[in-house]
Design a protein around this ligand. Structure first.
Ligand code: HEC
Ligand code: HEC
Length: 205
């Protein structure tokens, strides 16, 4: 009697069932680490930590790679919850061990979650000025007030503005590399323009 086909027939469905479960378990462990800072399902409750739910899978995976290569500033941050609560680290250290496959899987995971807009104060008059500036300089690449993940350029509408403020400063000071075509649009902004733009992004609630 030839056992092989029988064994294969038995084993194949087992493998098909076990491999995705093992992969999902692996991703779940990684996700728990992210959520100790980025909040449940990637919806941040800390103004210095961005919400990452609902971003495009591409932007997420690409961002993880950029931090892994330390090609963007990595401010010190303490774990907000979980077993490592209070331990100081950086985004670059948090992703140093991730493979490209894991980064892609994490990107796919958060792209499926809803982006939750931050509840934050804003000045309606400044938000109106910011809206005009956004239409003039930014909407080409950050559509609908920067609310579309399809731009692969993050989400600005409803993102925590203390976090966005840091990003704007890093771009303007040349510390975070930026899209070549975004540069001239950023460089014309006066400090009061940046402020108005942030009030505009905060007005999405
Ligand atoms: C210890 C806290 C901490 C952990 C753990 C952590 N992050 Fe972050 N993350 C941050 C902070 C703070 C920033 C903002 C850093 C900056 O100013 O560049 C950030 C930025 C990001 C960004 C950039 C968002 C944007 O709008 O450009 C992405 C994407 C991200 N994190 C994803 C993740 C993922 C996925 C994980 C898990 C593998 C993770 N983070 C783990 C704190 C953390
Ligand atoms: C030519 C396209 C383009 C224009 C115009 C543009 N951006 Fe961007 N922006 C991008 C891309 C692409 C990214 C993704 C990350 C990167 O390249 O740094 C980005 C990222 C950002 C980020 C970081 C988002 C995050 O989650 O980390 C901010 C903030 C931002 N842009 C603000 C602006 C503002 C404000 C304007 C208008 C004054 C503007 N951008 C105009 C293409 C553009």
């Amino acid at each position: 009697m030839n056992l092989q086909p029988t064994v294969l027939a038995l084993i194949t469905p087992l493998l098909v069932a076990v491999i995705p479960v093992a992969f999902a378990a692996d991703t779940a462990g990684l996700i728990a680490d992210c959520e100790a800072c980025h909040g449940k399902n990637g919806a941040s409750t800390d103004p210095m930590v961005p919400t990452i739910a609902g971003y495009s899978a591409y932007y997420l995976a690409e961002s993880l790679l950029i931090y892994k290569e330390k090609a963007r500033p990595c401010p010190q941050i303490k774990y907000l919850t979980g077993a490592k609560k209070g331990t100081s680290t950086t985004m670059c250290e948090a992703v140093a061990h991730l493979s490209e496959e894991q980064s892609n899987a994490i990107g796919e995971h958060y792209a499926e979650k809803p982006f939750v807009r931050a509840k934050q104060a804003f000045d309606p008059a400044l938000a109106k000025i910011g809206s005009g500036l956004h239409e003039l300089h930014c909407t080409k690449c950050h559509e609908d007030g920067g609310s579309s993940p399809d731009d692969d350029a993050g989400i600005l509408a409803g993102q925590w503005t203390p976090f966005l403020d840091v990003q704007m400063t890093e771009y303007l000071e040349g510390k975070r590399p930026m899209d070549e075509k975004m540069k001239p649009k950023m460089e014309v902004l006066k400090p009061e323009d940046v402020k108005a733009l942030l009030h505009f992004y905060a007005s999405f609630q």
